[in-house]
Design a protein around this ligand. Structure first.
Ligand code: FES
Length: 98
C-alpha cells in the first residue's frame, strides 16, 4: 500500500524522517532521485538520519558503516543490509510503498 508521507520532496542532499504504517523511515533526494529506507542502522539501533550522504550511500554517524541507497547493501560483510522502500512523487506529494 502506498502511504503519503510528505507534501513535497526533501531538498537535495537532505534526509527527512517520516512515519508510514508505524515504521520509522526516511526520505532523501540524492542527485535528483528520491530514495526511502528504514531510519535505523542495521548495525545498532541508531537513526541513520543522524548520519550523512556520501555519494549514493548513507553513512551511519556511530561507526561510519555505509549503505547503498538503491540496494541497501552494507559496507560490512557481517552487518545486515539497510531496508529500502519504493518511493514516488505525485503532484509534489511523496508516497512510500509499505
Ligand atoms: S550503529 Fe551504525 S555503523 Fe554502527
Amino acid at each position: 500500500m502506498w502511504v503519503k508521507v510528505l507534501d513535497s520532496a526533501p531538498k537535495e542532499g537532505t534526509m527527512v524522517k517520516v512515519t508510514a504504517d508505524d515504521k520509522n523511515l526516511f526520505v532523501t533526494m540524492n542527485n535528483g532521485t528520491l530514495y526511502a529506507a528504514e531510519n535505523r542502522c542495521p548495525h545498532e539501533d541508531i537513526e541513520l538520519t543522524l548520519g550523512c550522504l556520501k555519494g549514493n550511500r548513507v553513512k551511519c554517524s556511530l561507526h561510519g558503516y555505509s549503505f547503498d541507497l538503491v540496494t541497501g547493501d552494507s559496507s560490512e560483510e557481517d552487518v545486515d543490509n539497510m531496508l529500502t522502500y519504493p518511493v514516488k512523487q505525485e503532484n509534489n506529494e511523496i508516497y512510500i510503498e509499505v
